[in-house]
Design a protein around this ligand. Structure first.
Ligand SMILES: Cc1cc2nc3c(=O)[nH]c(=O)nc-3n(C[C@H](O)[C@H](O)[C@H](O)COP(=O)(O)OP(=O)(O)OC[C@H]3O[C@@H](n4cnc5c(N)ncnc54)[C@H](O)[C@@H]3O)c2cc1C
Length: 608
C-alpha cells in the first residue's frame, strides 16, 4: 500500500461512477481498481465532510428554483442562498460528481459515460465525417457540476471586444468594465505576482485558478517551436496587453485537483440550511399561471412526476442545449414549432434560433522518435498520492493554448479569432502501472499527438428544435458549420500556422514529426497534403466542433439584458444560451460572469 485510507472525520460515501471502467480506458482493470480506491481514501480529494447530499424529498415551495447544477447553476444557487433569507432549490438531472474526475489527468475519463454525460450528437451535415452516421459528438455534463466536470478547466474570460459585441446585440450593462466586479468575485488567482499581473486579476474570488503544477517536457518543446516560428510566447492569456500568442494556460484547479463550480461554490445543507440540492431530478417543464412562472415539474430518481412551486422566480441554468428544450416544452418558443407539437403557446419567441459554437478541425501527428509508452504508471500514481504532483496533476499537452489572428480578424480590436489546442500525454489509463508499458492505441513506434485550429468568431449560425414532446428525448441540433465560407477559410489559415509549428527545426530534430497517415489517407487521395483542397477535405473529415455552444436563448432575442424571458414574468435564463455572441476563448469564464451577474440582478430585485 502506498498510503492507507485516512480518517476524514466523516464517512466516505463511494458514490458516482469510477474511473475503473472509463470508456477511455476500456480493458484496464487491476491497477485502476487500486488507483480508484486510493483516491477514495484521501480526505482532500474525496472531501466527505463537504459532500453535497441530495435531499430525499423537495418541499412544496421555495423562493427560487434553479434548474441545472452546472457551471452557471451552481453559482446562481449558491449566491442566492448566501444571505440566508431566501429558500433556494437547485434541481439537477444527473447524480453526484465522480471523485476521479477531480484528477486533472483523467479529464477525458468520463466522456461518453452515460452516468454523467448526456452524450449529445449534432444532426448530420458535411462535417464530422469521421464520425460516420452518428454526427458530431458533444460531451455534456449530466452531473452535479455539469460540464465543469468534463471540461479541460482552461480559464479564459474572453477579450474586451467580445463584450462590446454583446452590448451591440442589446446587452446593455454588459461591457467589460461593467462586468469587472463579477470577474473579481469569481477569481481566486494563486499566481498573482508570479505568472499574472494583479492589475488584471483578483485573488478575492471563490474559484481557485492557477497553472497546473506539472508540465510534461514536450510542452516546452512546443512552446519553443512556436517561438522559433515567430509566434509570441506570452505568460498570461487573460492579460489584455497580450491577446495574441502561445502560453501555458491557467486552469480551475488547486492542490493538483479539478475545481468544478459545484465544488467551489456549493456548501452542504448542514452549513446552509436554506439551500437544498436535489439530484437525479429531470425538469420536464416550467409551470405557468397565465404568463407568470410559478414553479417546475420534474421527474425524480424513481420516475415519479413531482411539482414544486417558486414564490419568486424560476431560473433556467440547464445549458445552451437543454434550457431551450425545457422552454419549448413549457410553451415558450417559436409558434410554428409549438403548434407542430400541439404545445399551448405561452410566449412566441425565437428560442433555439441563434445557435452558435466555436468550430475547428484536428490534425494528427506522429512523433516518430518518441517512446510509445503510457504516461500513467506507478511512479505517476505515487507522485500524485504523496504530493498531488506529476503527470496525473495536469492535462498533459492540453494545458497549452495559443491565440492568433486570421486574415478575417480586425487586429485593431485585440480580438484574436483563432485558438489552438494540443492533445496528448494524458496520464489516464494503464493496465499494469508498470513503467514503460506500451500505450495500447498507438502504433509500435512513435507517439500520437494532435492539435486543433479553432475559429472563434464563426459567421455560420445554427438552430435547435424539438424532436418530440418527450422531455427525455434529445432535441435536434443543427450547427450549420461552414455554411458561411469564411469559417472554412479561417480554419485553413489555422492549419497553416500549425504546419509551421510542427515543421519547426526544434520539433523535427527532436521528434521527427510527421502527419499521421492513418488520419490523412482519405484526403491524400483527393489532393496534395496542405493544399487548399486537402485542407478542406481534412476539415470536413476531422471537424473539431467545440463544446462551446451558446446563443440559443440570447440576450436581445429571448431574454432581456436582465436575463428575464421576454413576454412572461418570474423566469430567467442564466447560462451559456444567454450569450448573444461568442467569447473569443474558452467560455466557462464568461459563463461564470453571466451567472454572477444574474444572481446579483435577482438579489437586487428581491432584496428590499
Ligand atoms: C470536453 C469539454 C471541454 C471543455 N473545455 C473547456 C475549458 O477548458 N475551458 C472552458 O472555459 N470551457 C470548456 N468547455 C466548455 C464549458 O465547460 C461549458 O461551456 C460550460 O460548462 C457550460 O456551462 P453551463 O452552465 O451553460 O452548462 P452546464 O455546465 O452543461 O450545466 C447544465 C446543467 O443542467 C443540467 N440539466 C440539463 N437539463 C436538465 C433538466 N431537464 N433538468 C435538470 N437539470 C438539467 C445538466 O445535467 C447540467 O448539470 C468544455 C466543454 C467540454 C464538453
Amino acid at each position: 500500500m502506498i498510503l492507507s485510507a485516512q480518517d476524514c472525520g466523516c464517512s466516505i460515501v463511494e458514490e458516482g461512477p469510477t474511473v475503473i471502467n472509463s470508456p477511455v480506458c476500456s480493458g484496464t482493470y487491476l491497477f485502476m481498481v487500486l488507483l480508484q480506491s486510493y483516491l477514495w481514501g484521501r480526505c482532500d480529494i474525496s472531501t466527505p465532510c463537504k459532500r453535497i447530499e441530495s435531499v430525499k424529498k423537495t418541499d412544496d415551495k421555495y423562493d427560487f428554483v434553479v434548474v441545472g447544477a452546472g457551471s452557471a447553476g451552481s453559482i446562481v444557487a449558491s449566491r442566492l442562498s448566501e444571505n440566508g433569507t431566501f429558500k433556494v432549490l437547485l434541481l439537477e438531472a444527473g447524480g453526484p460528481e465522480p471523485i476521479a474526475a477531480r484528477v486533472p489527468g483523467f479529464y477525458r475519463g468520463f466522456w461518453g459515460n452515460e452516468e454523467v454525460d448526456w452524450k449529445v450528437r449534432a444532426e448530420l451535415g458535411d462535417f464530422c465525417l469521421d464520425q460516420g452516421e452518428q454526427g458530431c459528438s458533444w460531451p455534456l455534463g449530466k452531473v452535479l457540476g455539469g460540464t465543469s466536470v468534463l471540461n479541460g478547466m482552461m480559464y479564459h474570460r474572453g477579450h474586451r471586444a467580445d463584450y462590446d459585441d454583446w452590448v451591440a446585440h442589446g446587452a446593455e450593462g454588459w461591457s467589460w468594465d461593467e462586468l469587472q466586479p463579477y470577474m473579481d468575485m469569481i477569481e481566486n488567482n494563486k499566481q498573482i505576482g508570479t505568472v499574472v499581473d494583479g492589475k488584471y486579476h483578483s485573488d478575492a474570488g471563490v474559484m481557485p485558478i492557477q497553472q497546473y503544477n506539472y508540465q510534461p517536457p514536450q510542452l516546452q518543446d512546443l512552446l519553443d517551436a512556436a517561438n522559433e516560428t515567430g509566434f509570441p510566447i506570452i505568460k498570461d492569456i487573460n492579460d489584455p496587453n497580450t491577446p495574441e500568442g502561445f502560453a501555458i494556460a491557467q486552469a480551475f484547479n488547486d492542490n493538483g485537483q479539478r475545481y468544478t463550480t459545484a465544488r467551489a461554490y456549493l456548501v452542504p445543507k448542514s452549513e446552509r440550511p436554506n439551500l437544498s440540492v436535489k439530484l437525479n431530478a429531470h425538469v420536464t417543464k416550467v409551470l405557468f399561471k397565465c404568463k407568470r412562472a410559478v414553479g417546475v415539474e420534474y421527474v425524480d430518481e424513481k420516475g415519479k412526476k413531482r411539482k414544486v412551486k417558486a414564490n419568486k422566480e424560476v431560473i433556467l441554468t440547464a445549458g445552451a442545449l437543454k434550457s431551450p428544450q425545457i422552454l419549448m416544452l413549457s410553451g415558450v418558443g417559436p409558434k410554428e414549432t409549438l403548434d407542430k407539437f400541439d404545445i399551448p403557446v405561452v410566449a412566441d419567441l425565437p428560442v433555439g434560433k441563434s445557435f452558435k459554437n466555436h468550430c475547428g478541425a484536428t490534425l494528427y501527428f506522429l512523433l516518430t522518435k518518441a517512446n510509445n509508452t503510457q504516461t500513467l504508471d506507478w511512479n505517476a500514481l505515487t507522485a500524485y498520492l504523496l504530493n498531488r504532483e506529476g503527470p496525473m496533476a495536469s492535462t498533459g499537452l492540453t494545458q497549452l493554448t495559443g491565440f492568433l489572428y486570421s486574415s478575417f480578424a480586425d487586429k485593431e480590436r485585440n480580438q484574436p479569432d483563432l485558438q489552438f489546442f494540443f492533445n496528448g500525454l494524458y496520464a489516464e489509463c494503464s493496465k499494469t502501472g508498470i513503467v514503460g508499458e506500451p500505450a495500447g492505441d498507438c502504433p509500435s513506434s512513435g507517439y500520437n499527438v494532435s492539435a486543433n485550429a479553432v475559429h472563434l468568431l464563426p459567421r455560420s449560425v445554427g438552430y435547435m428544435t424539438l424532436n418530440s414532446t418527450d422531455p427525455f428525448d434529445q432535441a435536434l441540433y443543427y450547427p450549420n458549420f461552414f455554411d458561411h465560407p469564411d469559417d472554412m477559410e479561417a480554419i485553413k489559415e489555422g492549419f497553416q500556422y500549425l504546419r509551421k509549428i510542427f515543421n519547426s527545426q526544434i520539433l523535427q530534430d527532436k521528434y521527427e514529426v510527421k502527419l499521421d497517415p492513418a488520419y490523412t489517407k482519405e484526403c491524400d487521395d483527393v489532393a496534395e497534403a496542405w493544399s487548399d483542397k486537402w485542407s478542406e477535405c481534412m476539415i470536413r473529415l476531422h471537424t473539431d466542433p467545440q463544446n462551446h455552444q451558446l446563443g440559443t436563448n440570447a440576450i436581445g432575442l429571448v431574454v432581456d439584458p436582465s436575463l428575464r424571458v421576454y413576454n412572461v414574468t418570474n423566469l430567467r435564463v442564466c447560462d451559456a444560451g444567454a450569450m448573444p455572441s461568442p467569447p473569443t476563448g474558452n467560455p466557462q469564464g464568461a459563463i461564470m460572469v453571466v451567472a454572477e451577474k444574474c444572481a446579483d440582478l435577482i438579489r437586487q430585485k428581491w432584496t428590499k
